[in-house]
Design a protein around this ligand. Structure first.
Ligand code: GLC
Length: 816
């Protein structure tokens, strides 16, 4: 964990200590308790929302938030004698303070700065549900806390004011962005006992704006009164953003800092902000501490007393912070790995689990790239949730029952995205949608052995809860829907698109086919067989097995291109992912990776695919999604070809599907290759190698890295908003370590880098802890496994669950 010019990871790997505020673009952390979410930049920039990032918006994020934070939760300090002022956050970073650091941690950001003899420390975090008791859907209170400490480090007494600032955009962020001057007219503020409350009398609750079908869209208030309170005595306040900032000024240099005086006035029908000021007189060495609460209460609540009672003193806020840390400790507690590679251990043990948990709450709305345009993406939800399985299966159970299964339409297809406020889903007919719920379900059942979830009854989408069926039925209806969407020659139709949303013009005529989908379907349906067996649904099982055998043969007969499989076909019969596509889209990762994982490809074909991967997909910064990128738009392929070459879905080095390549590499026994690819694309490694090329957050995965065909190869993009973190966890847990829950127990089948001789994993499984140590000779990647559990040799390589609450030692010997 080398230091770069920007900073370094802490020794224990749980913090990135950033030492330079001036970055190419903000580095974000997602501070959330499942209800309230502050997408926070390293400077205290970023935005907050409650429940839903698009329509539950609380604070503003300007569309030009990149490359610089244009707005945030800032604390301005002013020496009232000299009139000198600065921002304790180090904002703007072009104006240097004497010293500045930001500790980016699991669940918090702590900015500490020193300037002109005043040290300031601000810790931003959200209060979490009780770390000891919480499970399932428990979420925290609707607020964030800023714990502040100011210290006079000089030799004379100082009189300093601290002005806490946040800028509001209540309700629908789209409307705020597109028509602010209209929507500000609905803001009403009041100040009571030093707390400022802001309400909005209008809430465009649905996407699509006030012109939308819903006739009440113009006629409902935002359901929260958003407030700012502080434990310190309030000596001034302001609610009108314009008065705070001033004409032709900005938060770099707000007009209120000229005099240091706030108007003590609220805003009605104006662009609202929340600003509270405190005055401190500090002796040399003396500190003042206070806590700011930025939160929301029911719009009709008389005040915010309940929340201020709970968190409104420094002592209580510190207790809330300890609970926050205990909460995250629990989330990252299992599995834990120990390998010769500390970077890998750090990302797998802490950061990817942390990213996965935040993703499973907020989907792709973490980070700033989507800034809340996303609904709840059902596909992504099915994949992200696996990161929580070993640690909190109860959480995943609720997720499946309450948030995933409710999006199936009568007919078997699923909403591609859903909105929990309107309960409206988008019906797009993405062809992979009916398969993804099988993936999370099979993983859940293998983790827990709890088949009772299949009997839970959940509603169909858009039926007002009136039409329902059991989850088992939902899932098989999904599979039957999948089988019903096949081409004449027996390949799955791609429909709107498959996993790759950007391959969106291949099959609108309902003829185009997806080869990738064939592989994914085999993987998901076969994983689901255990559920069918449990239900004694043998007739169906046999039918599906037959269909799958036919599908395997057909793909092998029709879609093999000589050295790899095709990607898809267009309605017109045009083939993508073949040698003929030399100018764009010749070889794709996913149909081939899935062909290996699903056992579609035999050994010789597997060897050919892997050799082709090596030849065409490897680059210094990671693995291509496909090669080569489309140089020009091709209207048959769709939006995929309209992105600039080498970016996003157009042949970038894409995180998510590179992990499927790694899955295939490890399945095929190439431990060195799998590890090398993981390493090459590990965000901390990319940062350490070339921070000014990679540019973005080193502690979370990003969606893609710019490919050699782009103008900035190696630059990362769309940090946070990706399934990469969760798939890397699966790569490492289930395929490198090979510790994989199956119906019968915990299967162990490692595939490690040849150099390693030892690796350890500690893992909870069905109510017991397994301390697993793998030993193998140098030079071997995969081999025969001997298992010694609690001193006794087991036949085979599956450990049946002990379920006794105890720790069990597992020695795994791998030999040729
Ligand atoms: C993004 C989407 C995901 C999709 C992928 C490829 O990651 O969130 O759903 O599968 O892009 O288009």
């Amino acid at each position: 964990m080398r230091k770069t010019k920007y900073g370094k990871f802490s020794k224990d790997g749980r913090e990135f200590i950033l030492e330079k505020p001036l970055l190419e673009r903000p580095w974000m952390n997602v501070l959330s308790n499942g209800r309230w979410c502050y997408v926070a930049s390293h400077l205290g920039g970023g935005y907050s929302f409650v429940g839903n990032p698009t329509v539950g918006r609380v604070t503003r994020w300007h569309v030009d938030g990149v490359p610089r934070d244009t707005v945030g939760k800032f604390i301005y300090l002013r020496d009232e004698k000299s009139g000198d002022w600065w921002c304790a956050n180090g904002y703007p970073p072009t104006r240097e303070l004497d010293s500045w650091k930001c500790h980016i941690g699991l669940g918090y950001n702590r900015i500490s700065s020193r300037h002109k003899g005043i040290a300031a420390e601000i810790t931003y975090f959200t209060p979490m549900p009780d770390a000891k008791k919480s499970t399932g859907s428990d979420v925290g209170d609707a607020c964030e806390l800023w714990l502040v400490k100011l210290t006079n480090t000089g030799k004379r007494r100082r009189t300093v004011t601290a002005t806490n600032y946040a800028e509001l955009a209540l309700g629908n962020w789209f409307e705020d962005t597109s028509w602010r001057e209209f929507y500000l007219l609905f803001n009403r503020q009041e100040q009571k006992r030093g707390v400022i409350y802001t309400r909005s009398t209008q809430w465009v609750k649905y996407l699509g704006g006030w012109q939308a079908v819903n006739s009440d869209a113009n006629n409902i208030p935002f359901d929260l009164a958003v407030f700012m309170a502080s434990s310190a005595g309030v000596t001034g306040f302001e609610g009108d953003r314009h008065e705070f900032v001033g004409p032709y000024r900005s938060l770099d240099d707000p007009q209120v800092m000229d005099s240091g005086k706030l108007r003590n006035s609220v805003a009605v029908g104006r662009d609202a902000c929340l600003a509270l000021q405190h005055k401190f007189s500090l002796k040399p060495g003396e500190s003042a501490e206070y806590v700011v609460i930025l939160g929301g209460v029911d719009k009709d609540a008389a005040d915010a007393r309940e929340l201020t009672r709970r968190y409104g003193t420094v002592r209580k806020a510190k207790a809330a912070f300890r609970n926050n840390q205990a909460y995250w400790e629990k989330v990252v507690s299992t599995p834990r790995i120990k390998t010769p590679d500390r970077d890998l251990d750090m990302m797998i043990n802490y950061w990817f689990k942390y990213q996965g948990s935040n993703l499973s709450w907020w989907n792709r709305n973490t980070g700033y790239c989507y800034s809340g345009i996303y609904n709840f993406g059902v596909r992504d939800a099915c994949q992200d949730a696996v990161s929580r399985l070993p640690q909190d299966p109860a959480w995943v159970r609720e997720h499946i029952v309450k948030r995933i299964m409710i999006w199936q339409f009568e007919g078997g297809d699923y909403a591609h995205g859903g909105n929990f406020l309107s309960m409206l889903g988008t019906r797009t007919f993405h062809s992979d949608d009916p398969l993804n719920p099988l993936f999370i379900m099979a993983n859940y059942v293998h983790e827990t052995g709890d088949y009772s979830i299949l009997d839970e009854v959940t509603p169909y989408a858009h039926t007002n809860g009136k039409s329902t069926t059991s989850i088992y039925r939902h899932l098989v209806e999904g599979i039957d829907f999948f089988w019903s969407q096949f081409s004449k020659r027996g390949l799955p139709l791609i429909l709107k698109a498959d996993w790759n949303d950007a391959l969106d013009q291949m099959g609108n005529g309902r003829k185009g086919e997806s080869v990738m989908l064939a592989g994914w379907a085999i993987i998901c349906i076969e994983m689901f067989y255990d559920c069918m067996r449990h239900k004694c649904d043998y007739g169906r099982l046999a039918r599906y097995q037959k269909k799958i055998e036919k599908l395997r043969k057909r793909v092998n007969r029709l879609c093999w291109d000589g050295s790899w499989y095709w990607r898809a076909t267009h309605d017109s019969g045009w083939v993508l992912g073949s040698r003929k596509n030399k100018r764009g889209g010749m070889i794709f990762t996913n149909p081939n990776a899935f062909a290996i994982v699903a056992g579609l490809a035999d050994k010789p074909r597997t060897r050919k695919i892997l050799a082709s991967f090596d030849k065409y997909l490897d680059t210094e910064f990671g693995s291509y999604c496909f090669y080569p990128p489309f140089p020009e738009p091709d209207s048959r392929a769709g939006i995929i070809s309209r992105f600039a070459p080498g970016t996003k879905e157009n042949g970038s080095l894409q995180g998510h599907n590179s992990r499927w390549r790694i899955w295939a590499e490890l399945t095929a026994g190439r431990g060195d290759k799998g590890y090398d690819l993981i390493k090459r694309m590990l965000p901390c490694a990319l940062h350490q190698k070339c921070p000014d090329t990679y540019r973005i957050e080193p502690y979370v995965a990003c969606q893609f890295t710019y490919a050699p065909e782009s103008d900035r190869p190696g630059e990362g993009s769309h940090a946070w908003a990706t399934g990469t973190a969760c798939w890397t966890l699966l790569n490492v847990w289930e395929h490198m370590f090979g510790v994989r829950p199956v119906a019968e127990g915990l299967l162990i089948d490692p595939c490690l880098p040849s150099k390693w001789t030892r690796a350890k994993m500690s893992r909870e499984y069905r109510g017991a802890t397994y301390e697993i140590e793998i030993r193998k000779p140098r030079g071997l990647e995969k081999g025969n496994v001997r298992l010694i559990v609690d001193g006794e040799e087991l036949p085979g390589n599956v450990i049946e669950a002990h379920g006794d609450g105890k720790a069990h030692s597992v020695c795994v010997f791998v030999s040729k």
